[in-house]
Design a protein around this ligand. Structure first.
Ligand code: ADP
Ligand code: MG
Length: 574
């Protein structure tokens, strides 16, 4: 923590980069303020060279001049962590956006930093430890209800060693700055604990016992993902895709339907207005699990392209730090970043201004390691109380022209556990979700038996190769057997892989229902149909497809479902 104020002076300005001279010591990544008249602009030290440093200013730097005073804080760029984060919309520096937007529109006033949390509000605290108990960093001292969660008030993550509880407040309503506990360290020193702690965004929170291998499937309720390219609880995945292929729609579906406790959305808009859309749309969304607002289990970190590049760069760190904080409470958190290409572009811009030696496509040489260390913050962890928590990270990637051979996509593919590549062709054919079922892959296991998954993959491959062949030799050039394989693959795609995001029932399929209908499909794939000719075969599968689609749009437990299923069964038994 900073004690004495250390100062410097601006010696150069280049976009958001400000060069500063100073006399004392300055720390890499510490927060500094550039003072311009009455205003103080937040900045971060990103490079120290002898007695000068480069700072990135999180603001429009218009008006900053040579000679302006700079104050170094001694603190790393940090978040305020405490009850009241859920349901909020923050920018990359944890300024609550709607409050600012009300006053200033969607453009932040320069130098306006609002507290992330409400310091007036009272929370009902229930202690979970007693005087004389021994505790460590990350252990719960008590809880307050935050929406449907028990928000744990934890021993600050930066306290090292064992502590004895020497004072703990009894149950009651307190504001977050109230000292709820006092702890004594091994040397006899006392530490007061409030309901809010601060944590540097670029350092992972590691107050857990160990990281466990992510093995349990995370049910997303999107059939294509869950069956063919599954995600694990605490795992990572990426969604590269060309502009307009459906990355954002897919992430919204995941945020609504994936079986997790909390969703954190890091939105770096691709289009102007996209972020405003999110702010308008999300509060309207209903959580299908609770029938209440989805925002009750969501936090949004929002950046528009009009925000300074440095604020954009920090937003993914802000998002993942919030995710780790709630993981520490035993929750399963899903972090969705859209789009990480924007983040990489922010790195590129900053690196350019620092005149660093550029790597491929002018991205900095450390691009790969930054991407890796972001995804490494995902994970399933065992907590000290024996419970578990997880952070699952999914990142959209938007390579220019949809070419996956570019540095951001390639660096991401090296570190993630699943690749959901969106295909322009599928999107153009309105086959949604437009994840390419043949190119995409996952290192995780599905809740569907692997031999059945393989049957699906095999028929898709066969179907695709017959399709390619027909483009050359026409339908006449294929045998009836080949043509049936083609129809089976198309059938699997239309009735199972594709999902109608606008149908209340079809948009999300739970694990039980997926297993059930996938079994019927595998029976169809396995069955040797005898048709007189290709037209008969085509007609048969068209009728079957319609029956299946009817079945997909009714409730699983309903009589209608049974009726539809009987029709399907009798159709395939002839
Ligand atoms: P991206 O984020 O990849 O640029 P979007 O997610 O914004 O693309 O999708 C672009 C458009 O494609 C949407 O506005 C919508 O019309 C259509 N679309 C994408 N996914 C779906 C889907 N699952 N169902 C129906 N339409 C979709
Ligand atoms: Mg998008």
């Amino acid at each position: 923590m900073g004690t004495s104020i250390r100062e410097g002076n601006v010696i150069g300005v280049n976009g958001n980069m400000v060069a500063v001279n100073f006399n004392e010591n300055v720390m890499q990544n510490e927060v500094a303020y550039v003072v311009v008249g009455e205003e103080r602009f937040k900045a971060e030290v990103i490079r120290v060279k002898g007695k000068s440093a480069d700072l990135q200013v999180f603001e429009d730097t218009t008006g900053i001049m040579i000679g302006n005073r700079v104050e170094f804080s001694g603190d790393l760029l940090s978040l305020e962590l405490g009850p009241g984060l859920i349901g909020q919309v923050f920018d990359g520096l944890q300024n609550p956006l709607p409050q600012l937007a009300e006053k200033y529109g969607f453009f932040l006033k320069r130098g306006a930093y609002l507290k992330a949390l409400d310091y007036e509000k009272k929370w009902e605290f229930t202690p979970s430890v007693q005087v004389k108990d021994k505790v460590h960093a990350g252990d719960s001292l008590g809880t307050v209800p935050e929406n449907m969660f028990k928000h744990r008030i934890m021993v600050p993550f930066d306290l090292k060693g064992e502590f004895e509880v020497i004072k703990i407040l009894e149950k009651g309503d307190y504001s977050i700055s109230t000292k709820v506990a006092s702890l004594k360290d091994e040397a006899g020193k006392t530490h007061d604990v409030t309901m809010v702690q601060s944590w540097p965004v670029k350092i992972p929170i590691k107050a857990y016992v160990e990281k466990l291998k992510p093995v349990e499937p995370l049910v997303t309720k999107l059939r294509l993902i869950d069956t063919l390219v599954p995600v694990a609880v605490g795992g990572t995945f990426c969604t590269p895709g060309p502009f307009g292929a459906g990355k954002t729609v897919l992430q919204h579906l995941l945020s609504r339907h994936a079986e997790v406790d909390l969703v954190i959305v890091a939105a770096c808009g691709e289009r102007a207005g996209e972020v405003v859309e999110i702010l308008e749309e999300f509060p309207e969304l209903i959580d299908p699990k609770t029938n209440r607002s989805l925002m009750e289990r969501t936090i949004i970190i929002c950046n528009t392209s009009s925000m300074p590049v440095a604020a954009r760069e920090s937003s993914v760190y802000t998002a993942v730090t919030l995710a780790e904080y709630y993981r520490q409470m035993g929750l399963n958190v899903l972090l969705l970043a859209d789009s990480t290409s924007r983040w990489a572009q922010a790195m590129r811009e900053m690196s350019g201004r620092l005149e660093e030696i550029p790597g491929e496509e002018a991205f900095p040489a450390y691009l790969e390691s930054r991407i890796a260390s972001f995804y490494e913050r995902a994970g399933l962890v065992k907590l000290r109380d024996g419970g578990k928590g997880s952070v699952t990270i999914g990142g959209a990637v938007s390579p220019a022209g949809g070419n996956f051979e570019e540095p951001v996509t390639q660096a991401t593919l090296k570190v993630v556990g699943a690749f959901h590549g969106l295909s322009r062709d599928r999107a153009n054919a309105r086959r949604y979700p437009s994840i390419d079922p043949l190119d995409s892959w996952s290192k995780y296991t599905s809740f569907i038996d692997s031999d059945k998954v393989k049957k699906g993959q095999d028929i898709l491959k066969k179907s695709n190769s017959v399709d390619q062949m027909m483009k050359v030799v026409g339908e006449e050039g294929t045998s009836t057997g080949e043509f049936i394989d083609y129809l089976k693959g198309e059938f699997l795609d239309f009735v199972y892989l594709q999902q109608n995001a606008f149908d209340k029932t079809d948009e999300a399929t739970d694990a039980k229902r997926q297993k059930y209908i996938y079994d019927i499909i595998v029976n169809i794939i396995d069955k040797e149909f005898k048709f007189e000719n290709k037209d008969d075969a085509r007609r048969f599968f068209m009728e079957l497809r319609q029956m299946f689609i009817n079945m997909n749009s009714v409730n699983f437990e309903s009589d209608e479902f049974k009726k539809n299923e009987q029709e399907v069964q009798s159709k395939i038994s002839v």
